[in-house]
Design a protein around this ligand. Structure first.
Ligand code: HXC
Length: 277
């Protein structure tokens, strides 16, 4: 994968170019920075943008040159202002269900991606935009970030997982308040309720996300992958089974060279040189 900052395409692990209309993908130091780029619609998610994001995530999942993904929106005003209302307005019930499934597939591919995904939320994260941020592992947001699930204003409900992931993250009562009122909350309120990890100045947003990504890139890639997988899978189990699963995953780490190197490096008082297996 050889695309560098500023190029609007990326090369896959097989060396093929991936050309995107609504995304910019820039890869540097094992970090993929994905910018959703539909400024005319405040980066609203239409079908082609969802499909492009899904292709990019599939590539990141498999490509060892990418160890962490950052998703952001173009401009200073919006991360993603929701699913595209122009595109949704005329959908039939079956088409709407298909659109919802497409979004679900994308959100799940982010959640199950072998690489951690950081949302760098640079403004409005509304409806599908909030749902996109919710599917990421970590949310770093600028001071002007605003979150809402305003679907009830449009006579519909969230369809990219918002009724489920929001309640799981912030609890049923807080989620229902947002879902039933459609009210917008600011970055500080989102931080207070545990919806976001950090609030930073807008100018520092990508830098902060990149710093965190770099920290993760420097850890053992196998262990990083297993942490994400074990937390996600364990949360879907009861505690006894989840602890058993953790023990299995912990044991597997000892079949890797990274475990041997990590522990030896500690004892030799030097940085570890991880190789990812
Ligand atoms: C399509 C959108 C859009 C959206 C904004 N735009 N949001 N187009 N879909 N979700 C367009 C506007 O129509 C406008 O286009 C341009 O972006 C700039 O937006 P303005 O409204 O002029 O800007 P502003 O007054 O600053 O208001 C910003 C805003 C507002 C508060 C973000 O645009 C807004 O409320 N947007 C809709 C938010 C929303 O309801 N999202 C949830 C969608 S439902 P023009 O051509 O006029 O310049 C959803 C369901 C997900 O996400 C699940 C699906 C299965």
């Amino acid at each position: 994968m050889g695309a560098s900052r500023g190029e609007a395409f990326m090369l896959t692990a097989k060396g093929e170019a991936m050309d995107f209309k609504n995304l910019r993908v820039e890869i540097e130091n094992n970090i993929a920075l994905v910018t959703i780029n539909r400024p005319e619609a405040l980066n609203a998610l239409n079908e082609s943008t969802l499909c492009e994001l899904k292709s990019a995530m599939a590539e990141f999942h498999d490509n060892e040159a990418v160890q962490v993904v950052i998703i952001t929106g173009s401009g200073k005003k919006a991360f993603v202002a929701g699913a595209d209302i122009v595109a949704m307005q005329q959908l039939s019930a079956l088409e709407a269900r298909r659109f919802s499934h497409l979004g679900h597939d994308l959100m799940r591919s982010i959640e199950t991606c072998a690489k951690p995904v950081i949302a760098a939320v640079n403004g409005f994260a509304l409806g599908g935009g909030c749902e996109l941020a919710l599917s990421c592992d970590i949310r770093i947001v600028s001071e002007n970030a605003r979150f809402s699930q305003p679907e009830v204003n449009l006579g519909v409900i969230p369809g990219f997982g918002g009724t489920q992931r929001l309640a799981r993250l912030v609890g049923k009562a807080r989620a229902l308040e947002m879902l039933l009122t459609g009210d917008m909350i600011d970055a500080e309120q989102a931080y207070q309720m545990g919806l976001v990890n950090r609030v930073v100045a807008q100018e520092a947003l990508i830098e902060t996300a990149t710093e965190m990504a770099t920290k993760i890139v420097n850890k053992g890639p196998y262990a990083v992958r297993q942490v994400k997988e074990t937390v996600r899978t364990g949360l879907e189990m009861d505690l006894d089974r989840a602890n058993q699963y953790e023990a299995e995953m912990f044991g597997l780490c000892f079949a890797t060279l990274d475990q041997k190197e990590g522990m030896l490096a500690f004892l030799e008082k030097r940085p570890a040189n991880f190789i990812g297996h």
